[in-house]
Design a protein around this ligand. Sequence first.
Ligand SMILES: [Zn+2]
Length: 414
Amino acid sequence: MQKSTSRKSEVDFLHKRSKVKHILSGSREWQDFSILAKDCFLCFKSQGSILPDSMKSTFLFLMVLAVFSCKTSSPPESREEFIKGVYGNPGTLLEAGYSFDSLGMNAVFVRSGSLDREFYEISKKQGVKVFVEFPTLNGKEYLVDHPDAWPINEKGENAPPADWFMGICPTHSGFKEYRSNQLKEILNEYEVDGIFLDYVHWHAQFETPNPILPETCFCDRCTGAFAAVIDTLIPGITIPEKADWILKNADPEWRKWRVGVLNTWVEDMGAILKEYQPEAKLGVFHCAWYPADYDSALYRTMGLDPVALAERADVLSPMLFHKMKARPTAWVGEYVAWLGETLDVEKKGNPQIWPIVQSHNNPGIVSAEEFRKVMIEGSKAPASGIMMFSDQSLIEDPKKLEVMKELYSKRKPQ
Ligand SMILES: [Zn+2]
């Protein structure tokens, strides 16, 4: 009898929980909430059954609502220290005779190619977190020996390099295995504070005032995978014929599929990271365009949906390179505010936003004063960290080094 009463309460509880789940559906918050609610439920069960069934149900439902409202109203601020980092090859600062801690830094974001044991040990000794940049869909070195992974444009040709960048076909299984193994090697060798996925986009160039935005990838692998998803035999024999049909007849589905391919990359790399080092953060560097910029190229061409990225990553790092993109310094703070609102991070508490800002002098010259402004703009709420690019620019201009040191001596740049 006791058992069946408990069972009934549990059924009632689950029924009511499913209503709340419906409200939260699609949100990562549901996962946290579910754990909290489960804990409360177990706690309640362990107290024994002292309430009549009707009250028990009401009590449980109120408890669910209480957990829900607590979770949604608590601000994410300041459980962790504000991240103050340098991106690139920060070892050049050590070589120039500086130490990270004396510059006020508490983090380095090192390119995986610049990571070595000596750098890692010194960084840890100086008390800074080590985040490793991972060149996810940068195809340059892999394409040398694997031309079948080249991204194909709508004419059926190999897409030419987009300025200095060469992307890759993201459905090439050999390439994904290659990157997965590289990631595992890093994680076997180093205990990292996080992995930051870089170049998470289809072949394109966005780090210039005039972006290069080709249509890719129409290789047989990609169009075949897309055809399977939409369950349609794509008419045409040649690649240009198939590409033409897709762009004229299934454009929204094609864009959505492309976004999904990148989301899967983030999930797969994230799964490896969490399997090897569950505490490490998964970050994503991403193009900082507004959705309507360049004829909606963020979604349509780059294949990026910031909301979907936020559901899969612990940290988003918008690349707020104002000089490269010919934007005013105020744009940096405006974008951070927009991203925070769009992702509702104040309420949800995730993901964290750690912008990367420009000090680097190519393209253009960034003055020390301009650098100060973008550091302050990029640190505005809801950002919980910031990093600057690049270490080289600090060594070239001691005034910029002084700016960073002064700003990083505070809790956060302001
Ligand atoms: Zn392809």
